[in-house]
Design a protein around this ligand. Structure first.
Ligand SMILES: [Zn+2]
Length: 67
């Protein structure tokens, strides 16, 4: 997927859209009726579920030995 930052060509409204194909950006239109101009494009990978969270293991605590 693609995360595309777009701006309206008429009212300068900026928004981000997620599209599967960059051609889909052409179908996105501003609520004011004008089409968007692409400002920047970045790859978007929805893979949160596949990445195991980094687990922080509890460290064995060194307790001071009682005398
Ligand atoms: Zn607009």
């Amino acid at each position: 997927m693609w995360q595309v930052l777009v701006a309206c060509s008429a009212c300068a409204e900026e928004t981000e859209v997620l599209v599967g194909d960059l051609d889909d950006v052409d179908r996105e239109v501003c609520p004011c009726g004008y089409s968007y101009v692409v400002l920047s494009v970045s790859a978007f990978e929805p893979v949160y579920a596949e990445r195991a969270p980094l687990l922080e293991l509890p460290r064995p605590q060194k307790l001071p030995k009682a005398a």
